[in-house]
Design a protein around this ligand. Structure first.
Ligand SMILES: Cc1ncc(COP(=O)(O)O)c(C=O)c1O
Length: 471
């Protein structure tokens, strides 16, 4: 009785461990006083570090939320506005904000912007614009798990991974690009383009000029599209700078060429301003056909007019936005350093990062076997025993077991400290166990299992939980 789309709901990707971890968290969420033994959510790339700055701006600018301009009510205008081209004042302010983030090395023409309900909708809309069902996009691994839903589910497009490895810090190489292209052809899939996230989710790194050059050359030669998802472009805090794909085109004198019509940016205010609930996203493209089609498609996921109005006022306050970007970067950097140091204390290293709201964490030395089964076993221990929801690398299609994405900006300082304590107790316990098993005759499997868990739980309890409460 139902459509194929409904019966084929598994293609939505909700059954991945990335989303399952969220479900476990929902069942038993950590709270400092009300549920101190609960699961700490470290699987959500949310930025809660700078709300006070936004709230202070709102207090100082009450007209923005009370539908007033120059002391006159604009309630009726906003309530009736339904043009899918969006409010010109908002598009102007967003285009300028995007230029500011890129140090004004490039400017964005508001006429080339299409507003969408978040980057989720922007990515899907672009797929609808360039790929037919069964066509493929090449995506470097590890990648944001949501892409399995956003790029594939409703469009029928396919993702073919560009396999990147820890041997070169997961950088994109020419041979990895060529291999992925070949893989797609072997599967009889027509390659329509490449999608990258820059800065990367989950790596927390920006693409180098060399990688960006490779990508532009590759799509030029193969006559395909390049989508650059730049939702973390304002959340870059490290020394090596973020280079937008638009800057590369400009510097290669390709800004107004045929190639530039095949390069598209996705942006959103979900990460840099920490407003995922407002659903503000955008596509930037110099391809008139895509801008026109995507604008029509945006009817299915518009940004409400009062949200556009509020944000046009906020983003037009350039003094505020530059202060916000600076302070937010400083806070994100501090958090990232706290996480990196906390993990290092427990002997765990992260990939060196300079952006984003997460670190890419190397837990290969904690695996019982160098397999994805070993990774799942460790992930379950971390979710159920350590009570931290982090995302296993396999949910990001990482080709090597033992890597995890750990988010750090969706919680308080105290919660992060608590999480680091739990990790330290866990690793200490694991290494003690390893040493003991090295020096002791091998126990029967069942005996080992029954002995180790209460001991581990006890060691965690001593550090931060009421003794016995978990057992
Ligand atoms: C790389 C990337 N693209 C898109 C999204 C979706 O963003 P939005 O909330 O704007 O839909 C996310 C969210 O985590 C993301 O990390």
């Amino acid at each position: 009785m139902l459509s194929k789309k409904v019966t084929d709901c598994n293609a939505h990707g909700q059954d991945s461990s990335y989303f399952l971890g969220w479900e476990e968290y929902e069942k038993n969420p950590y709270h400092e006083t009300k549920n101190p033994n609960g699961i700490i959510q470290m699987g959500l790339a949310e930025n809660q570090l700078s709300f006070d700055l936004l709230e202070t701006w709102l207090e100082k600018n009450p007209d923005a939320t009370s539908f007033k301009k120059d002391d006159q009510s604009i309630f009726k205008d906003l309530a009736l506005f339904q043009d899918y081209h969006g409010l010109p004042s908002f598009k102007n302010a967003l285009a300028r904000f995007m230029s500011d983030i890129r140090g004004n090395a490039i400017t964005f023409d508001p006429n080339n912007l299409v507003l969408t309900a978040g980057a989720t909708s922007a990515n899907e809309t672009l797929m609808f614009c360039v790929a037919n069902p069964g066509d493929a996009f090449l995506v470097p691994t590890p990648y944001y798990p949501g892409f399995d839903r956003d790029l594939k589910w409703r469009t029928g497009a396919e993702i073919v991974p560009i396999q990147c490895s820890s041997s070169n810090s997961f950088k994109i190489t020419k041979s990895a690009l060529e291999d992925a292209y070949e893989q797609a052809q072997k599967k009889d899939l027509k390659v329509k383009g490449i999608l990258v996230t820059n800065p990367s989710n989950p790596l927390g790194t920006t693409l180098t000029l060399h990688e960006l050059d490779l990508l532009v050359n590759f799509i030029s030669n193969k006559n395909i599209h390049l989508i650059s998802d730049e939702v973390y472009s304002g959340t870059v805090f490290g020394s090596s700078n973020f280079i937008s794909i638009m800057e590369v085109l400009k510097n290669k004198n390709l800004a107004n060429t045929e190639v530039s019509k095949r390069v598209h940016i996705v942006y959103s205010l979900s990460k840099d301003l920490g407003l995922p609930g407002f659903r503000i996203g955008a596509i930037y493209s110099k391809n008139d056909d895509i801008v026109s089609a995507a604008t029509k498609m945006s009817s299915f996921g518009l940004v409400s007019s009062q949200t556009q109005y509020l944000l046009s006022e906020m983003l037009s306050d350039q003094k505020f936005t530059s202060k916000y970007l600076w302070e937010n970067r400083r806070r994100v950097k501090n958090r990232q350093e706290t996480l990196v140091k906390g993990l290092l204390k427990a002997g765990i290293r992260c990939l060196s990062s300079n952006a984003g709201l997460f670190c890419w964490v190397d837990m290969r030395n904690l695996l019982s076997s160098n397999t994805f089964e070993g990774e799942m076993e460790l992930w379950k221990k971390i979710v159920y025993d350590v009570r931290l929801n982090i995302s296993p690398g396999s949910s990001c299609h990482c080709s090597e077991p033992g890597w995890f994405r750990v988010c750090f900006a969706n919680m308080s300082d105290q919660t992060l400290t608590q999480a680091m304590k739990r990790v330290k107790s866990f690793v200490d316990f694991m290494s003690k166990k390893k040493n003991q098993s090295r020096h002791q005759p091998v126990l029967q499997n069942s005996a080992r299992r029954t002995k180790s868990l209460p001991k581990w739980v006890f060691s965690l309890s001593l550090n931060q939980l009421e003794v016995g409460e978990q057992c």
